[in-house]
Design a binder for this molecule. Structure first.
Ligand SMILES: CCCCC/C=C\C/C=C\C/C=C\C/C=C\CCCC(=O)SCCNC(=O)CCNC(=O)[C@H](O)C(C)(C)COP(=O)(O)OP(=O)(O)OC[C@H]1O[C@@H](n2cnc3c(N)ncnc32)[C@H](O)[C@@H]1OP(=O)(O)O
Length: 233
């Protein structure tokens, strides 16, 4: 792993690439804002929106800016209240197609002593990025999520996250997120880019537990889920 350099930026060489730097031909693949490396490759769908992508459109029925989004499922590791060691991420609708969220690192979330596990931080990013789809009223699952870990995050830290949808192309929803330490203006700890893929409710009933999906849909606290299902039958 390469060492951090001034400004939190890093230059890393990803195996299988030639260590491209920012400004290369986009056709060669996505150029990471942070690392400067390209990560898309021919035959492997990536994080660069295609030429026919358009801007995201906030759904008229999306929650108003500032409104808490609540948990979409009580047992969700990211946001559910029914997971004692879950992240309990609290998300709020933002302006446009953005979401803000907060997550406080607990002792159960450690990797190294006193520091958040990287996978936990990815989960918090995934949860926040996924919540953006509510503003599109789209049911979608994470297809790909790429993370840069910029600073260690100590236990007890409240991570302030912000995610924004940047483009939509067919079923693909492109979003980016950043997590800052201590306040919405604090130092950047993590960044991520992701593509979500729209799915039908059958994705959950066929692959998951149909009875729990049904229960979740009748839970008044999951009314936003039900609303999304209604517009995406
Ligand atoms: C219990 C009740 C509640 C149920 C849940 C309710 C609601 C959930 C919805 C929202 C929840 C709101 C907030 C939640 C917040 C966070 C939750 C975290 C989200 C997750 O944590 S969720 C778990 C992890 N996630 C998965 O478990 C996905 C596993 N996976 C698959 O299920 C398939 O793999 C799938 C469906 C992704 C695609 O399969 P498919 O057959 O439907 O579609 P296909 O392959 O044809 O791809 C179509 C187009 O997407 C492009 N594409 C595909 N994969 C790509 C990739 N990886 N990278 C870049 N592009 C990709 C193709 O290139 C093509 O693009 P093109 O159209 O241009 O050709």
């Amino acid at each position: 792993m390469s060492a951090p350099v001034k400004g939190g930026e890093r230059r890393r060489k990803i195996p299988g690439t030639n260590g491209h730097t920012a400004g290369k031909d986009p056709a060669e693949g996505r150029v990471s804002r942070v690392s400067g490396a390209t990560t898309d490759s021919p035959g492997r769908p990536g994080l660069t929106p295609p030429p026919d992508a358009g801007p995201p459109v906030r759904h008229p029925a999306a929650p108003a800016p500032g409104e808490p989004l609540g948990a979409h499922y009580d047992l969700c590791f990211g946001c559910g209240g029914g997971q004692p060691h879950g992240l309990h991420v609290r998300s709020y609708a933002g302006e446009g197609v953005t979401v803000t969220a907060e997550f406080t690192v607990q002792p159960a979330h450690q990797g190294a002593p006193g520091l958040a596990h990287g996978g936990i931080l990815v989960s918090a990013l995934d949860e926040t990025l996924g919540s953006v789809n509510w503003l599109l009223q789209a049911i979608a699952v994470t297809g790909r999520l790429e993370t840069d870990f910029v600073r260690p995050v100590p236990v007890g830290t409240t991570l302030h996250l912000r995610a924004e949808c940047t483009a939509v192309a067919g079923r693909k929803i492109y979003s980016s997120a950043v997590g800052r330490i201590g306040s919405p203006d604090g130092p950047v700890a993590v960044r991520a880019d992701a593509v979500f893929i729209r799915v039908k409710v059958e994705h959950f009933t066929k692959n998951g537990r149909p009875d729990e999906v049904k229960v979740a849909m009748t839970d008044p606290d999951a009314r936003k889920v039900a609303r999304a299902f209604e517009v995406n039958p």
